[in-house]
Write a protein that binds this ligand. Structure first.
Ligand code: AMP
Ligand code: MG
Length: 451
């Protein structure tokens, strides 16, 4: 490439802003040039995870208030679930030994076992008890014969011989056995986990405090939305601040306590103030914009005055520039900090790759990285080697195979490509394009994105 490095960033900035303001789509850019000094995504993730620890503060809440919260300690079962052997079907409880090897048995009907109202007596040889689903197995009975397979005449019940011992009985402890570790610390409590805890009679859980995350957007060109903003075109040179809505929704989806610090002007005093305010009120501060090379001077200075912030060029696309560091000391007045790029798609992609795992780590979760599934690409995907690309895709299952199609043009300003997508197609750094039918990785939005 003949373009000098010194001219690169400025040219890049002008092009980007120009592109955004007058809506000129310029898909490839000088960002495509291979750069050996780029930081691999995995290394950035490792550094971020290493610099964060789970929040130490916990709270004990009623189970219903623990939705999506993360267990601070492990939970051990104090009792069996189910607590007693009970019937899985409506039928007749018997001692299997009552039934001959062949032919038919005629048993005396002693009474009824209801769910919630056990049969008090014992079932002996030649006897049976009418039993309903969920009722405790009477003493002496080990098997339930379903009602469709018996013939009842008055107080006698006839049962054919082919009855499997133990059939239709749910043994005590089948779901959870007393003494077993039900959930380890770091487990996120979803519907199933809350149900399991409730089945054990655990009415409260000790969970990690919700992370507090302050966020702001930067840019003199940004226009806030008001309640009565109703699709009017922005004044020339301005654009609506969409990133704050995207970020707000991403944070809400993670169940954090989000603090919206608004739009911050492209100038050092306001930037420093926002960072200080965020650090005082939150565990993590997230911003968008103002970190690309052309703008970085004042931002860099502001960030460095406030804390220890590294500016990384990450081997990914979109989202190459990323600032990460710490503002103030760890503890009450300090916070970790992410400076995300300004481009709306880059905001979402870098959030999912870096901020989400960081928040999950603060929450105490162990599984923090977005999962990648193997899929077959139905599209030809253009890509140059050197950086991991996160392209927008739509995945579905065809003939039992997970397949994915590109949503089309992939410019970092095309936020609508994210809303058309249901996954990110993850293309490894060394790949030089993908042909139809080839294997790719996909990160499904389901579970990553709210809604
Ligand atoms: P920056 O990194 O600040 O130069 O931002 C890059 C580009 O991202 C800008 O030129 C805008 O087109 C876009 N952008 C930045 N911030 C926002 C925002 N809050 N909402 C929507 N688009 C934004
Ligand atoms: Mg900006």
């Amino acid at each position: 490439m003949s373009r000098g490095r010194a001219a690169g960033p400025a040219a890049q900035r002008v092009t980007r802003e120009h592109g955004a303001l007058v809506n000129i789509v310029r898909e490839p850019s000088c960002e495509d040039e291979a750069e050996p000094a780029l930081l691999p995504v995995a290394e950035a993730r490792r550094r971020i995870a290493a610099s964060l620890s789970p929040l130490a503060e916990t709270e004990t809440l009623a189970l219903a208030d623990c939705v999506s919260r993360v267990l601070a300690g492990s939970v051990r079962a104090a009792n069996d679930v189910p607590a007693h052997d009970n019937s899985a079907m409506d039928g007749y409880a018997i001692d299997r030994a009552s039934i001959p090897e062949s032919g038919e048995a005629t048993l005396a009907l002693l009474g009824t076992a209801w769910a919630g109202r056990p049969f008090e007596g014992t079932v002996g040889k030649g006897e049976t008890v009418r039993i309903f689903t969920g009722a405790i197995m009477p003493d002496g009975a080990d098997t339930v014969v379903i009602q469709e397979r018996v013939r009842v005449a008055g107080d006698t019940v006839r049962i054919a011989a082919d009855v499997e011992p133990g059939r239709n009985v749910r043994p005590a402890g089948e779901d959870v056995a007393a003494g077993e570790e039900v959930f380890a610390a770091g487990r996120r409590l979803g519907a199933a986990e809350l149900g399991v805890l409730a089945s054990l009679g655990v009415g409260r859980a000790t969970v990690t405090r919700r992370p507090r995350v302050a966020f702001f957007t930067t840019g003199d060109e940004l226009l806030p939305l008001a309640d009565d903003t109703d699709g009017a075109p922005p004044p020339q040179g301005c654009l609506y601040d969409s990133n704050r809505y995207t970020l707000g929704a991403l944070l809400a989806g993670l169940g954090v306590e989000a603090i919206d610090l608004g739009i911050v002007a492209d100038e050092p005093v306001a930037t420093r103030r926002a960072l200080r305010t965020g650090a005082a009120r939150a565990d993590l501060v997230v911003s968008s914009g103002g970190i690309s090379a052309g703008e970085a001077d004042f931002v860099t200075r502001a960030f460095h005055e406030i804390g220890e912030v590294a500016f990384w060029k990450i081997a990914m696309r979109p989202g190459r520039p990323l600032a990460f560091g710490r503002i103030g000391a760890a503890g009450s007045d300090g916070a970790a900090f992410f400076g995300l790029p300004g481009n709306p798609v880059a905001v979402m992609v870098t959030f999912l790759q870096f901020v989400r795992p960081a928040i999950l780590r603060l929450s105490g979760m162990r599984e923090i990285e977005p999962p990648v599934l193997p899929a077959r690409s139905l599209s030809t995907l253009r890509k140059s080697p050197g950086r991991v690309e996160y392209q927008r895709g739509f995945m579905r299952v065809v003939d039992g195979d997970l397949v994915v199609e590109s949503t089309g043009k992939q410019g970092a300003g095309r936020l609508s490509s994210m809303s058309a997508a249901n996954c990110l197609i993850v293309l490894d750094a060394d790949l030089d394009g993908v042909g139809t039918g080839e294997r790719v990785g996909v990160q499904p939005f389901h579970g990553l994105l709210p809604g």
